[in-house]
Each structure stands twice: as structure tokens, then as C-alpha cells.
Design a protein around this ligand. Structure first.
Ligand code: ATP
Ligand code: MG
Length: 459
């Protein structure tokens, strides 16, 4: 079904009837869109969320322009299911709010309307003018990063502030046509990530666009255009200026969308991974087994996403930081007397603190991650009550997965991993035997030795 749809797309696009052609001029504002009528493209209302359609229709009926825009148009053309639907309109946020009871305005720098239908939110944005379109100097900082991007505009202006041509297609609810100012349909068809405007300038404006290029390339199987690749190299280091909270948001999209392994390869190829995880990059360059471990974790994350299982960022970040943490833990232990577990906990604290400068991870992830790592030495003890009780630990599952992955790539003894796999499904008696405890039900059980209590002193 998906395949058929993709083939259809090629046919549709070949037949695309272009009603209004683009003017020659490259000057934004003087460019008219190609308008591709419904009969010549494959974006169908049955593939659009009912909630998004409601928003689109209501805006249209109230006399506003209303379009679907961005990833949802791109994905629908490709026969994929968009994860969200974004609406763009010439209605101001207040005008949008007046039309919908279920609407909240969010954002300070730029106000957006969120129209809610149960759990689904339709983000509805007013057309904006590109920063450079407004006032070149005051809108950028000294490195060219956008600092002001908050001026309403028309659709003719809105298109130029978008990142890639495949992300700049507008689906018009008035007649179901697609407006294409930047030859985005052609690039979707060619499967290429092409920057709108000068790649150097656009990457300097917002270095996160480098990560976005990689994300879309990995997810869609697109090729990043050479002009963009060339511009990435000299600008990769600018990622370190991006607020660490924003990089964390992007990290989630990069590594939890089901294409983590491919994303990693592309980040590595384009020298972006080290900008996010410098300590990890250093170890990856030196240690093949660690590299295999990272790969295995990425693959397992992708498998989980494909199977609809939950994924937590703390696991993958724990994997990325594992070797730097282990190494620091050894240094700490050489200096001061402490258990392996304590040294891992301390080292994790320190390495995570250093990492926060690049990617700020909320405590709800770093705390369990530290626990998961500090628990690793406990797998080496397989006898006694304390070892058996480890199975009941609330972080056992994560710690076990982490350990098993190490065994998978030869970083740990496979027998040990097998032991911990087996005991999980054993009966209480078998389990007691495995841990070399006396059986729970058996007669052989020794009477428990009473603890000697200190007698209270009678004066
Ligand atoms: P997906 O939702 O599949 O991750 P998307 O393309 O919809 O992909 P969003 O982050 O939802 O990506 O953004 C919606 C649209 O907003 C994009 O398609 C793009 O047109 C525009 N956009 C988002 N982020 C940027 C950016 N950093 N620079 C320029 N345009 C952007
Ligand atoms: Mg989107």
C-alpha cells in the first residue's frame, strides 16, 4: 500500500500541471508559487487528521487563508504518516483564539496558537516574515544567529524563513492545491535536502538546522545536498553556542524516532556528533569495542521504537557516556578508597555535569542514569541474598539491559549475562539454588540465627 502510494507520487509529480509559473527573479517577495492542483498531487484529505481539517476549514470559512505546512505535507506526499500537523494562516493568534474555544496561545518571542482536540494539538502559526527580510543587522547576533524572528508577514514572506525546500510546501484547504515557491516538490521527488537560500548564511542563523538536515536525511532516506554538506563543515562548531536545552530537544528527535543508527552515522560523517558529545567522540576514535557497544545500543533503540515499546533518553546517554565515566571512576578509585559503585556514581556526576554544557539533560533522566551505571558492579556477584535481592531493585531492568548489551558486544562475560537472564524466569526455589541459598520450602533450611542484641545496661 505504502509502496504503491510512493509510485503514484512519481507519476503525479511528472504530470504536475503548473498553473502559475515562478518569475525569474530570486528576490523573495517577487516570486510567485507554482500552484499544483489537487488532480496533480497525492495529498488526500483522508490522510490528514480530522482535527487539522477542522482547524483548516474553520479558518477558511471565517475568511482567512489556511494551509497545512511543513513536515506533514512532505510526509503525506511520501506516503508516510506525519507525526503532527501544522497549520499556517494569515489570521493573527488573537483572531485564531476568537475562532476556537479549545485554543491556547503559547510562546513569548513568537506567539503560536495551540488548538486542542483531546490529546491532539494542532499548532497554528501566523505567517511570519524572515528575519533578514525585516532588518538585517538588528535581527542577527555577531555570529549571524537569528535573535529576532517575530514579525508577522504574508505567505510570500513566510516561505523564505523555512529551512529546507521539502519543508516549505503549503497545502491550501480552499482548493486542495499545493503552493510551491521553492521547487520543494521536485526535491521531495529527488529525495534531496536542499536549503532555502544561501546554506552558509542559513546555517549560521540557526546551527540546529545542521541537525535537522541529518534528522530528515535519516528518517526519509534523503540525500543532503552537496551545497548544504559543504556549508556544514565550517559551521559545525557553532552548535556549541546553541542553548543546551534546545540541543536536548533535538537529541530526543534525533535518537528516539526509530532511525537512531542511521542518524548517528550521518552525524559522525558530518562531524556533528562530537559537537554534542565531545568526550564520547574521543573514546569512539580509540576503542572499537566501545564503538560496537554504542552501535548495539542505537540498534536496540530502533528495534524498541519499531516494536512500539517505550524508550528513555537516559539509556542511550548512559551508553554514550559510559566509557568516559568508567575511566574517570578508575582515576577516582586510584586516588581515594571507595567501592567501584561509589566511584562510578561520582564519576557519572562529574561527566554529566561537563556534558550539561552541550546538552542539558533534566534531572529526571540524569538521576536514574547515574543509578543504572553505578549498579553495574553488582552483576559480578552471583551468590547470596544481596545478589538475589538485586532482582527486585527498581532500576534492575535498565541496569540489566545495559549489562546485557555489553555482553552482546564482548565487553562482558556472556556466561554472566546468561546467569542474570535465566534467574529472572526461575521459580523461587530454583532461584534460591542459583544464588546458592538454601531452598525456601526445603527441610534443609537452617534455622535463622538470632541477632545478638545488646542488653540494655542496668545501672
Ligand atoms: P517533523 O515534524 O517530522 O519532525 P517538520 O518538518 O514538521 O518535521 P517541525 O520541527 O515540526 O519539523 O517544524 C515545522 C516546520 O517549521 C518545518 O517543516 C520548517 O518549515 C519550519 N522549521 C522548523 N524549524 C525550523 C528551523 N530551525 N529553521 C527554519 N525553519 C524551521
Ligand atoms: Mg512537524
Amino acid at each position: 500500500m505504502l509502496k504503491a502510494k510512493r509510485l503514484d507520487l512519481a507519476v503525479f509529480l511528472d504530470q504536475a500541471v503548473i498553473i502559475r509559473s515562478m518569475k525569474d527573479s530570486k528576490d523573495p517577495g517577487s516570486v510567485a508559487p507554482k500552484i499544483i492542483p489537487r488532480a496533480a498531487h497525492n495529498v488526500s484529505r483522508k490522510d490528514i487528521s480530522k482535527s487539522a481539517l477542522k482547524v483548516l476549514y474553520r479558518l477558511h470559512e471565517a475568511g482567512y487563508q489556511s494551509f497545512l505546512v511543513g513536515g506533514c505535507v512532505r510526509d503525506t506526499m511520501l506516503g508516510l504518516h506525519p507525526k503532527d500537523f501544522d497549520v499556517a494562516t494569515n489570521a493573527t493568534p488573537d483572531e485564531v483564539r476568537a475562532l476556537f474555544g479549545n485554543c491556547r496561545l503559547i510562546g513569548r518571542r513568537f506567539r503560536l496558537a495551540h488548538v486542542r482536540f483531546g490529546r491532539e494539538i494542532i499548532e497554528t502559526a501566523t505567517f511570519r516574515a524572515a528575519a533578514n527580510h525585516v532588518d538585517d543587522d538588528s535581527a542577527h547576533d555577531h555570529e549571524g544567529r537569528i535573535i529576532r524572528d517575530n514579525v508577522y508577514g504574508t505567505i510570500d514572506e513566510d516561505v523564505w524563513r523555512r529551512d529546507f525546500t521539502c519543508n516549505a510546501l503549503y497545502y491550501n484547504i480552499a482548493d486542495f492545491s499545493i503552493w510551491d515557491y521553492v521547487d520543494g516538490v521536485k526535491d521531495v521527488k529527488r529525495k534531496r535536502i536542499v536549503m532555502i537560500g544561501d546554506p552558509q548564511k542559513r546555517l549560521r542563523e540557526d546551527p540546529v538546522r545542521m541537525l535537522r538536515a541529518v534528522r530528515f536525511a535519516a528518517k526519509l532516506g534523503f540525500t543532503i545536498d552537496d551545497t548544504v554538506v559543504k556549508a556544514m563543515r565550517p559551521n559545525a562548531a557553532l552548535l556549541s553556542n546553541v542553548p543546551a536545552a534546545r540541543i536536548f530537544d533535538e537529541f530526543l528527535k534525533l535518537f528516539q524516532s526509530g532511525f537512531a543508527e542511521r542518524t548517528f552515522e550521518l552525524l559522525w560523517e558530518h562531524h556533528l556528533f562530537g559537537e554534542m558529545f565531545p568526550a564520547t567522540e574521543e573514546e569512539l576514535l580509540k576503542d572499537r569495542k566501545f564503538a560496537a557497544f554504542v552501535r548495539a545500543a542505537l540498534r536496540s533503540t530502533d528495534r524498541r521504537v519499531a516494536a512500539g515499546k517505550s524508550v528513555t533518553p537516559m539509556f542511550l546517554i548512559g551508553v554514550f557516556l559510559w566509557l568516559p565515566i568508567k575511566k574517570l571512576a578508575e582515576v577516582l578509585r586510584a586516588k581515594e578508597k571507595m567501592t567501584e559503585s561509589q566511584s562510578l556514581g561520582l564519576a557519572a556526576y562529574e561527566i554529566v555535569a561537563r556534558q550539561q554544557g552541550r546538552i542539558s539533560m533534566p534531572r529526571r533522566f540524569t538521576v536514574p542514569m547515574r543509578e543504572m551505571l553505578a549498579l553495574q558492579p553488582r552483576f559480578t556477584t552471583v551468590r547470596g541474598k544481596r545478589a538475589m535481592n538485586f532482582l527486585e531493585h527498581r532500576r534492575f531492568r535498565a541496569a540489566y539491559d545495559f549489562m546485557a548489551l555489553q555482553a552482546e558486544v564482548g565487553l562482558l562475560d556472556n556466561e554472566l549475562a546468561k546467569f542474570w537472564t535465566d534467574v529472572q524466569t526461575q521459580s523461587p526455589d530454583e532461584r534460591a539454588q542459583s544464588f546458592e541459598l538454601q531452598s525456601h520450602s526445603g527441610e534443609k533450611r537452617q534455622p535463622r540465627r538470632r541477632r545478638r542484641r545488646k542488653r540494655p545496661q542496668v545501672s
